[in-house]
Write a protein that binds this ligand. Structure first.
Ligand SMILES: NC(=O)c1ccc[n+]([C@@H]2O[C@H](COP(=O)([O-])OP(=O)(O)OC[C@H]3O[C@@H](n4cnc5c(N)ncnc54)[C@H](OP(=O)(O)O)[C@@H]3O)[C@@H](O)[C@H]2O)c1
Length: 352
């Protein structure tokens, strides 16, 4: 059995990975760590886990929190993993970090990312950046080292956009100067701690676009699409928050290149995602919404061609807390530990 530590267990991504790990056949949850909600049992904090996960939550500086593990998940805000991961790696653990700390391979890219979220641009563990991999198996599994020890899990909006646009970029279906990512997320995308703009009265019956320029996920999207297309792919990206709990719906658009047919679009999408069991393709006749992926690691793509305007239109649906966060982190654990990618993740979620 693989022994796992979850740092940040009290937040949404922490409880999410605990829920998933409980069904994993090769994992024992050994250590739970949080910052302020400590000393209590996980099942006191999350009563739905009573009888399933009754472990005590430790402070980061307690000896119990330092116990070596085989895999450590950092479900923590930006800046925590880069300080604590070196010690875990030195003890022999594999580390999967949910934040932007390890999504970039060099200090310059990290500095630009940090600037966008208002953080110190100086990375605290720059020696680790060449060792990390961008944790998006569907696009990047060929770039994981044989003994990959450090993974930067993907941003949730980036996940929805990249799974939806990768086939179009790789097969050069669209004019790369015409890409629009129009993305809606549920309120859980901001994490567990309520702020004035995230609590109920501010969100009820309210839809809102935010951070119109300089959103940090645009960097990830443009970098990966650029690699697939072998040329720059600038995207117009609009993040919006809707009064739902979980789910991302990304409406993705690009002008089709001359001569590209609907059949070629479908062939390119089917071909690209053939090996990606968590990506399901639909035509526009099937009614798909975020409820179809709720609680699951699936990404449901509605692939459509607007013949009248000659535009590709892809509607990408994920659960931001599963394929956009904890589920993808577990998929990454499976990949770097040698298990089939869908181990512990092969279930359809809950509808409605
Ligand atoms: N929410 C999403 O949809 C989503 C999607 C993709 C990626 N992400 C990323 O995933 C990470 C976690 O997000 P979240 O939404 O789960 O946040 P969250 O609900 O706010 O949870 C964060 C957790 O980190 C803990 N923590 C903070 N500082 C810590 C430290 N120094 N040592 C140990 N634990 C510490 C907090 O503990 P206390 O509560 O005890 O203070 C809390 O349990 C973030 O980097 C976020 O950007 C989020």
């Amino acid at each position: 059995m693989i022994k796992v530590k979850v740092v940040g267990c009290g937040g949404y991504g922490g409880v999410g990975i605990v829920e998933l790990l409980l069904r994993h056949p090769h994992v024992k949850i050994q250590t739970l760590v949080a910052a302020t909600e400590t000393g209590m049992l996980m099942s006191d904090l999350y009563p739905h886990l009573k009888g399933f996960c009754d472990l005590r939550i430790h402070k980061p500086d307690e000896p119990a929190a330092q116990e070596p593990a085989d895999v450590v998940f950092f479900s923590t805000p930006d800046g925590v993993g880069m300080v604590q991961a070196p010690a875990e790696l030195a003890k022999g653990a594999r580390v999967i970090d949910y934040s932007g700390d390890f999504r970039f391979n060099n200090t310059a890219d990290y500095a630009e990312y940090a600037r966008r979220i208002g953080r110190d641009p100086v990375h605290k563990a720059p020696e680790l950046l060449p060792q990390t991999v961008y944790g998006l198996p569907e696009l990047n599994r060929q770039n994981y080292a044989k003994d990959q020890r450090l993974v930067g899990n993907v941003g949730c909006f980036a996940m929805s956009c990249l799974l939806g646009l990768a086939p179009a970029a790789a097969a050069k279906l669209i004019d790369f100067r015409s890409v629009i990512c129009d993305c809606k997320t549920g309120v859980s995308g901001a994490g567990k701690k309520a702020t004035p703009i995230h609590h109920y009265p501010a969100r009820y019956e309210n839809m809102q676009a935010y951070r119109l320029s300089g959103h940090q996920h645009v960097m990830e999207i443009e970098r990966m699409l650029g690699q697939l297309a072998d040329e720059a792919v600038p995207v117009t990206f609009t993040a919006q928050v809707l009064p739902i709990c979980r789910g991302i719906m990304a409406c993705l658009y690009g002008t089709l290149r001359d001569g590209i047919t609907r059949e070629q679009v479908w062939a390119a999408y089917a071909d690209y995602h053939r090996a990606n069991s968590f990506v399901r393709l639909y035509d526009s006749k099937t009614a798909i919404g975020t409820a179809n992926v709720r609680g699951s690691n699936f990404c449901d793509l509605v692939v459509d061609v607007d013949e009248r305007t000659r535009r590709l239109r892809v509607i990408s649906h994920i659960d931001n807390l599963v394929k956009g966060q904890a589920g993808n982190a577990l998929q990454n654990m499976n990949l770097i530990c040698g298990f089939p990618e869908n181990t512990g993740l092969d279930f359809p979620g809950s509808y409605p």
